[in-house]
Design a protein around this ligand. Structure first.
Ligand code: NAG
Ligand code: NAG
Ligand code: NAG
Ligand code: NAG
Length: 365
């Protein structure tokens, strides 16, 4: 079904209906039962109330239409927000463009069609916000946060409020910083927890945030170490056979969905996959092997509301990592892909952070 264009259209239409009905009741549904982490100083839930009152509806209206045409965009935006926040905080540094010097390296990595679509969506939203509220009012970091939040709801997940007021970073992270911040998908829970503890995220955050894999795709290279040279014995045999059709040899340039049950819907089926040993990455499946995370996986597999509640808490918490706030920190970019011209014009320390992200799914969340 997933391969048929007609089925995809029907699925998209259903998603749109779902999201429309979710929106109709959203003001009542929003986070009435969810608890929130404390807000970071400088952020607030109504930051643009005066300066850009329509900011949230502009982002949502744009994405409602864009995601209905391409559900993959939702997955890409959700993942982009993870990657932005994990590396030097949620400052939209992930959006900064490469210089021509980096292009050749970009060509070396597997094609990633979602990333350009996600970047284009952010800049299209930026244009709409500029027209409605003036240039440099809403930050790119907040646009990304809102876009990720709306993507969750548009893909069938919960609607919730997000704190706003982030400012944009001035420079991308170094490649070393990226590797230091993002564990590879071959990581076990011990490794994952040690990465997450550096940014004050815990085991519950790990299990809930990994649930973002309920949507999206991954390249063979992110998981084929589980097939070759010998098969990971924790893999369900039927599932392994299916993966081998997609990735017949190590290093094949092909992709598959992260959640085989409902690949385009934000729901709790990812955890059902794990219970059936059908998690795609080692970092997914080990959540059900390790005693510190297994109880929560089991709980989320049978209780979607519990997953949604913890996801909101953990995603909002993640969305506040090392944010820049107030007039003295960072800037509000006029173009989300480039630092504002006019401040010191010294050569920026352009990094290959985007190449690393291109390499995909390569990274754990
Ligand atoms: C990768 O991208 C290039 C340029 O857009 C395209 O020509 C090529 O067919 C793509 N390869 C795959 C495997 O998608
Ligand atoms: C987790 O992975 C690390 C690094 O590969 C390894 O040293 C450690 O033994 C693993 N732990 C478990 C419990 O498998
Ligand atoms: C890619 O995966 C599909 C099934 O998911 C398979 O039919 C196709 O042969 C694979 N392509 C390659 C080059 O392995
Ligand atoms: C934004 O910046 C990128 C990277 O410098 C550039 O390619 C693009 O043309 C810019 N967009 C606009 C609208 O100026």
């Amino acid at each position: 079904m997933a391969g048929s264009p007609a089925a995809a259209v029907v699925a998209a239409a259903l998603l749109l209906l779902l999201s429309l009905s979710a929106c109709a009741s959203s003001s009542a549904a929003i986070s009435s039962s969810s608890s929130y982490p404390p807000l970071a100083p400088g952020l607030s839930l109504d930051f643009y109330k005066k300066s850009c009152p329509k900011a949230e509806s502009i982002v949502r209206d744009f994405l409602q239409s864009a995601v209905s045409q391409n559900v993959g965009l939702a997955a890409a935006l959700i993942r982009l927000h993870f990657h932005d926040c994990f590396v030097q905080g949620c400052d939209a540094s992930i959006l900064l463009d490469k210089t021509p010097a980096q292009q050749s390296e970009q060509e070396a990595v597997p094609n990633q069609t979602l990333r350009p679509a996600a970047f284009k969506a952010i800049n299209d939203i930026r244009d709409r916000l500029d027209r409605a509220c003036g240039a440099r009012v809403v930050s790119c970091a907040d646009i990304l946060t809102l876009a990720a939040r709306d993507s969750v709801a548009l893909a069938g997940g919960p609607a919730y409020k997000v704190p706003l007021g982030r400012r944009d970073g001035l420079a991308p992270a170094s490649q070393d910083a990226v590797f230091a911040a993002l564990p590879p998908p071959s990581s076990n829970v011990t490794t994952l927890l040690s990465f997450l503890s550096k940014i004050n995220l815990d085991a519950a955050d790990l299990v809930a945030l990994s649930g973002g894999h309920t949507v999206g795709i991954a390249h063979c290279g992110s998981f084929d170490d589980r097939l070759f040279p010998t098969q990971d014995p924790t893999l369900n045999q039927w599932f392994a056979g299916r993966l081998r059709l997609t990735c017949p040899v190590q290093g094949a340039d092909n992709t598959t969905v992260n959640d085989i049950r409902t690949p385009n819907t934000f729901d709790n089926k990812y955890y059902v996959d794990l219970l059936n040993r059908q998690g795609l990455f080692t970092s997914d499946q080990d959540l059900f092997t390790d005693g510190r995370t297994k109880p929560l996986v089991t709980k989320f597999a049978v209780d979607q509301d519990a997953f949604f509640e913890q996801f909101i808490y953990s995603y909002v918490k993640m969305g506040q990592i090392n944010v820049l706030t107030g007039a003295s920190q960072g800037q509000i970019r006029a173009n989300c892909s480039a630092r504002n011209a006019g401040r010191s014009d010294d050569e920026l320390p352009w990094s290959v952070v985007e190449n690393v992200v291109d390499a995909a799914e390569s990274l754990v969340l």
